[in-house]
Design a protein around this ligand. Structure first.
Ligand SMILES: *Cc1c(COP(=O)(O)O)cnc(C)c1O
Length: 384
């Protein structure tokens, strides 16, 4: 299967038809335990569903293939996946270096769970390679990279950071949630591990919460496998199945997200009410050249700052019809978020705080012209 191209693998990797019935779609094995043919006689290795379930295995095989890794592990949420990965690498006294605009939940996980356990957390501007190099002069166990970032869509150079991190003995982790493997594959660029919130583009329909770890490092994979089994934050069969179904259309969805993202971003550039547009597909974006090198399209996330300040930004966030006001991203439907009071409310007053005139769009796969019209009428209604 792995000699086929991405869209083919998205549909076929791990998806052998059911041998007993011929069902084209591998069924949901909603079973917690498996009959043994005599004591210890496991059928295909299945014993108890925390340790392994065929529906989860289908998803894991699909994820490994799409991220160009050898092994993948699916979890009940993105943060559960991150937790298992971090636990498999960190011990008290070790250090994590992450971006200063990392996903808030990731920062909270390390800062509130791992730091009290004795881990050190430092942050740096990951788009500044010299700053990262300087920060790596202190021994570092994990270099945590996220690109594009949330919500300012900063781009960091995965290949350069992977080389730098490895040279300093750090495990290089890339949170690939915002791009998805349809347009960016960090393991091919030298990263050690990819993590995902499959809740977002991979699931793609805003109907399931999940996470994943993918790697080609067997030692690391064995540790994550143990924690998946030993701690048990596994994805349930129904959730794994929904995610698998979503992934089959990932390539076409992300192509449309990207086309619409570009269209909406271009419509906002130069609009009299708009102070600044953040989208890596715009030539004036500071990360555009790096993005062009490491991504095959620029995705569906667009942020903008409004000249009218917080009041107009808030009004705008409540004035669109197709873009619904909600957290999360990556689903087929367009969503709008006011980060400083929503996704980033908990980091007000810290270095992770975001501007109060900022609005983030998760551009969906509706008709692109309808989305542009909706954003423009929203600006008008906001009195922008
Ligand atoms: C949503 C998200 C997470 C956390 O995933 P959950 O599935 O919500 O636990 C991690 N990283 C990024 C970039 C995200 O957007």
């Amino acid at each position: 299967m792995n000699d086929h191209r991405f869209s083919t693998r998205a549909i076929h990797a791990g998806q052998a038809f059911d041998p007993t019935t011929g069902a084209v779609v591998p069924p949901i094995y909603q079973s917690s335990t498996f009959v043994q043919d005599g004591i210890g006689g496991f059928r295909n290795g299945y014993e108890y569903a925390r340790g392994g379930n065929p529906t989860r295995d289908v998803l894991q095989e699909q994820l490994a293939s799409l991220e160009s890794g050898t092994r993948a592990f699916s979890f009940a949420s993105g943060l559960a996946a991150e937790d298992a990965l971090l636990r498999s690498v960190l011990t008290p006294g070790t250090r994590v270096l992450m971006g200063n605009d990392v996903y808030g939940g990731t920062h909270r996980l390390v800062n509130r769970v791992f730091v009290p356990w004795g881990v050190t957390l430092d942050t740096v501007d990951m788009s500044d390679l010299d700053a990262v190099r300087a920060a790596l002069s202190v021994p570092t166990a994990v270099l945590w990279v996220e690109t594009p970032t949330n919500p300012l869509l900063k781009i960091t150079d995965i290949a350069a950071l992977s080389e730098l991190g490895r040279a300093h003995g750090a495990v290089v982790v890339v949170d690939n949630t915002f791009a998805s493997p349809a347009i960016q594959r960090p393991l091919e660029l030298g990263a050690d591990v990819v993590v995902h919130s499959t809740t977002k583009y991979l699931g793609g329909h805003s109907d399931v919460v999940g996470g994943a770890v993918v790697t080609s490092d067997d030692g690391l994979a064995d540790k994550v496998a143990f924690l998946q089994f030993g701690v048990g934050a596994v994805s349930a069969p129904m959730e794994a199945w929904l995610t698998t179904r979503g992934i089959k259309t990932l390539a076409v969805r992300v192509a449309q997200h990207s086309a619409n993202g570009q269209k909406v971003a271009e419509a906002l550039v130069g609009h009299p009410a708009v102070e600044r547009v953040y989208y890596p597909g715009l030539p004036e974006h500071p990360g555009h050249e790096v993005a062009k090198r490491q991504m095959t399209a620029f995705g569906g996330m667009v942020s903008l700052q409004l000249k009218g300040g917080a009041a107009v930004a808030r009004k705008f966030a409540e004035s669109t019809e197709l873009f619904q006001l909600a957290e999360s991203l990556g689903g087929v439907e367009s969503l709008m978020c006011y980060p400083s009071e929503m996704t980033h409310a908990s980091v007000k007053g810290t270095e992770l705080a975001v501007p109060e005139n900022l609005v983030r769009l998760s551009v969906g796969i509706e008709d692109g012209d309808d989305l542009v019209a909706d954003v423009l009428q929203g600006l008008e209604r906001a009195g922008a």
